[in-house]
Design a protein around this ligand. Structure first.
Ligand code: DGY
Length: 349
């Protein structure tokens, strides 16, 4: 309001946020909203053309905010809002140099991703990928109920003195939410590995173990993480620093009955090494919501071809509640950034 005669700020929106969210932008008379009109990934040439002179942008994981993008945008750009908690697609150094504010969407997706992490652990251990495929192909009649067919290791236990150790590569909000969901399954121990630069905090670990009423929460080396865990959950950020942390060496050290779950970024896991580990039975099974090179993952991909791997197309945060919350936060971050106010979830201020 009150902008008669003033040039509107252009805002580019790379995905249609639909009727519940778009009005938050359209109701702002001081903004010219330019929306990628299709329900698929925004094409780079369209983005580079339309970002010219923009003051703000809302984008998602596939859209790289790099020098090319920033140069195309020009000096008007002051707010970038990504509808994601991950931010490896944003060149933080270049953005900071130009004084651009960046917002992201942490916290609101923690529950949804923790839920799907548990789901994938169960699906992988109980052969759900293989058995659903069999039913879908009409093969159930060929398999009558049989005592040991399709058995897998049991995630839960209520046997006295039995132990269950869950491991986390990365021990942030989503890892902790996943752990707390697994306590009622009978988990007794939690081991985790964190970035080498972060300070170990055994007091906080002991406090968490006490709160959850489990025997221990302990930071360990990558070797111990591999060898002690019944399930390893990969929940660390993506990017060059963490690329292929799960490789042949790690997978060879895991238990034969263990499960690997990746709900973070595909780049953390060497897909060929994981396919080999599954084929050669170094580990029991895997469940992945993310794959390096996605979305270009088809039936010929080694993990898709591997019956012991459940592959989902990056739907970890895809609940109605969560996606609405992410979209709302993305818009609020953008508007705050444009208005010169603190973003509700700032990444770069
Ligand atoms: C994120 O927000 O980074 C997730 O990967 C999207 O589900």
């Amino acid at each position: 309001a009150g902008v008669v005669g003033r040039k509107k700020d252009k805002v580019v929106v790379c995905r249609d946020l639909k009727e519940k969210i778009m009005p938050l932008l359209y109701s702002r008379e001081d903004l010219e909203v330019v929306l990628w009109p299709e329900d698929r990934a925004c094409e780079r040439p369209w983005l580079l053309e339309n970002i010219k002179g923009a003051a703000g942008v809302i984008l998602v994981l596939g859209e790289k905010v790099n020098t090319e993008f920033l140069e195309a945008a020009g000096p008007n750009l002051r707010a970038v809002s990504t509808m994601s908690v991950g931010h490896e697609h944003i060149d933080k150094v270049e953005v900071t140099k130009r004084g651009i504010k960046v917002g992201y969407t942490p916290d609101v997706l923690t529950d949804a991703v923790a839920d799907i992490s548990v789901m994938l652990a169960l699906m992988a251990s109980r052969n759900v990928g293989e058995t659903i495929d069999l039913v879908n192909r009409g093969l159930w009649p060929a398999f009558s109920w049989s005592p040991f067919a399709f058995c897998g290791p049991q995630l839960s236990t209520s046997t006295p003195n039995a132990t269950r150790t869950v491991g986390f590569l990365g021990f942030g909000r989503i890892a902790k939410a996943t752990l707390s969901r697994l306590v009622p399954f009978g988990v007794t121990h939690c081991v985790y590995s964190s970035r080498p630069t972060s300070k170990p905090d055994p007091v906080a670990d002991a406090k968490l173990a006490k709160e959850l009423n489990i025997q221990e929460v302990r930071r360990v080396s990558m070797d111990e993480l591999a060898s002690q865990s019944d399930v390893v959950f990969v929940l660390a950020p993506g990017g060059a620093e963490t690329r292929h942390l799960i490789n042949e060496d790690f997978l060879k050290k895991m238990k034969e009955s263990a499960i690997l779950v990746n709900t973070a970024r595909g780049t953390l896991v060497d897909s060929d090494a994981l396919a080999k580990a599954l084929r050669e039975r170094w580990i029991w099974a895997a469940g992945v919501d993310v794959v390096e090179g996605e979305p270009n993952v088809d039936q010929t991909h080694p993990l898709v071809k591997e019956p012991k791997c459940v592959v989902l197309p990056h739907i970890g945060s895809a609940t109605i509640e969560t996606r609405l919350a992410m979209a709302t936060l993305a818009v609020k971050n953008l508007l705050a950034g444009l208005d010169g106010k603190p973003m509700p979830a700032p990444l770069i201020t």
